[in-house]
Design a protein around this ligand. Structure first.
Ligand SMILES: [Fe+2]
Ligand SMILES: [Fe+2]
Length: 297
């Protein structure tokens, strides 16, 4: 028995309770209710052309990046499922979570195909490249996994929600609002796991936060031309350094009451100070970047 195996066993009941709460609260929804099928046309009769697009190029890139990131779901499933026994509460959750995540790519793809807001050939080529490349999670310790997934789900919620708002399109708005709501339920679940872990080993959780947030990357980094696509998303104010600091890191720290956790080892106490300083440091970096961009026109 490893220390982490014991920790997971100790919070098994908490995970069951979080899952029951999630199932009771998350509304069931259907992609077909949200997609505007009546505007869809046959691509053989009427090939795609950029002039058919109705939303800005920046938001289109953000939508495609969000979709390709969702498309890589098999690897996210593997990253979590491979670490835990088939019969554990976390494995039952992971199967349920995977089923919910699957709908996100379905609805975003249906929207893009019917509204013609992306090149269908480029999209499929990029999907093939993304999923063929796969994704290796850098996190294998259960504490790191859930410290990461908490922030990652919240970041995804923010990114989907902003994409829907910036699309300036009623259908995209409703779809992305629905997907973002799902990501928020996932965030609440994973955040709850870390809260339960903190009851047993607060120092290990804080040390993990420092390690994970210092090296935080969204899983979409494996998408072809990620840097270019992310630059578009930043330009559309869908996601950038400042949003990461203000809407993601600050929120998780506040929700976990990081400042007032008691009983930390001196090393974890030092790590806490470093984590608390992260949003401010990131905002200073964002401001420097913003000044440089303003200067460059
Ligand atoms: Fe998702
Ligand atoms: Fe999610």
């Amino acid at each position: 028995m490893t220390e982490r195996h014991d920790l997971m066993a100790a919070i098994d009941g908490d995970i069951e309770a979080l899952m029951a709460d999630h199932i009771a609260k998350r509304p069931t929804w259907y992609a077909h209710d949200l997609v505007q099928w009546e505007i869809g046309r046959n691509y053989n009769d009427e090939p795609w052309d950029e002039s058919q697009c109705t939303i800005s190029p920046e938001v289109r890139e953000a939508l495609v990046l969000n979709l390709l990131t969702e498309d890589n779901l098999p690897y996210y499933h593997y990253a979590i499922a491979s670490g835990f026994g088939e019969d554990s509460a976390i494995s039952r959750w992971t199967r349920r979570w995977t089923a919910e995540e699957g709908q996100h790519a379905i609805v975003i793809r249906d929207y893009l195909m019917t509204s013609r807001n992306c090149d269908p050939v480029a999209l499929e080529d990029a999907r093939m490249q993304t999923v063929t490349r796969g994704w290796d999670s850098p996190w294998t310790d259960p504490i790191d996994i859930f410290v990461y997934t908490s922030a990652q789900e919240l970041a995804t919620r923010v990114s989907h929600r902003n994409t829907g708002v910036k699309a300036d399109d009623e259908v995209a708005y409703e779809i992305m609002k629905r997907v973002a709501a799902d990501e928020n339920y996932h965030f609440i679940f994973y955040k709850g796991i870390v809260s339960a872990m903190m009851q047993h080993d607060p120092s290990a959780c804080v040390l993990s936060m420092k390690k994970v947030y210092e090296n935080f990357n969204m899983p979409g980094t494996v998408v072809p031309n990620f840097r270019k696509r992310a630059a578009y998303a930043a330009r559309a104010q869908v996601y950038d350094l400042r949003i990461h600091a203000e809407k993601v890191l600050t929120t998780v720290m506040r929700d976990w009451k990081l400042e007032s956790i008691e009983g930390l080892t001196p090393e974890a106490d030092e790590a806490r100070e470093a984590v608390l300083a992260m949003p401010g440091n990131l905002i200073a970096r964002a401001e420097k970047l913003e000044r440089r961009m303003a200067k460059a026109g």
